[in-house]
Unconditional design. Structure first.
Length: 150
């Protein structure tokens, strides 16, 4: 039997059950358990998947070392700030972090740096200026340009 999504499977089981097929025959036909057949008959939609808690990474013990480095870089001149490569090499040299990769550090720094900037109040302000014009109307800035050119 070709692979089908859970929604399609539930729909097929319900359709066959309405046609009079027994629960046990549905189990055999679709290769599922009695519990799955019962859930499909009772509900058109499968229950949502359980969200697993986030897994601890190998970088977890070193996050307390990286965060102060990023906070110290807030006050440092631009040319003296730590790059991700330098942070990675410091972790390996000073803390013996042989079990982490450069990509792990890069991903963490990319996620964490904006959070630290926002917490310190030094993050750039995001602004949105809606641009709306009435149909057929020329924006004011274009009218001013046309007057000076023509």
């Amino acid at each position: 039997m070709p692979q089908m999504s859970k929604v399609e499977l539930y729909a097929a089981i319900r359709r066959d059950h309405r046609a009079g097929t027994s629960m046990r025959a549905l189990e055999r036909k679709y290769g599922v358990t009695y519990r799955t057949v019962r859930k499909a008959v009772n509900s058109a939609w499968p229950e949502p998947r359980k969200q697993l808690p986030p897994r601890a990474t190998a970088l977890e013990p070193y996050k307390s070392v990286i965060d102060p480095i990023l906070r110290a870089d807030l006050d440092a001149p631009r040319k003296q700030r730590h790059t991700v490569t330098r942070i990675f090499h410091r972790l390996v040299e000073e803390n013996g972090a042989e079990d982490i990769s450069y990509q792990m550090v890069r991903r963490y720094v990319a996620d964490r740096k904006p959070e630290i900037l926002a917490a310190s109040g030094k993050a750039p302000v995001e602004a949105f200026i809606p641009q709306s014009h009435q149909p057929g109307m020329v924006p004011v800035s274009h009218r001013a340009i046309n007057r000076t050119c023509g």
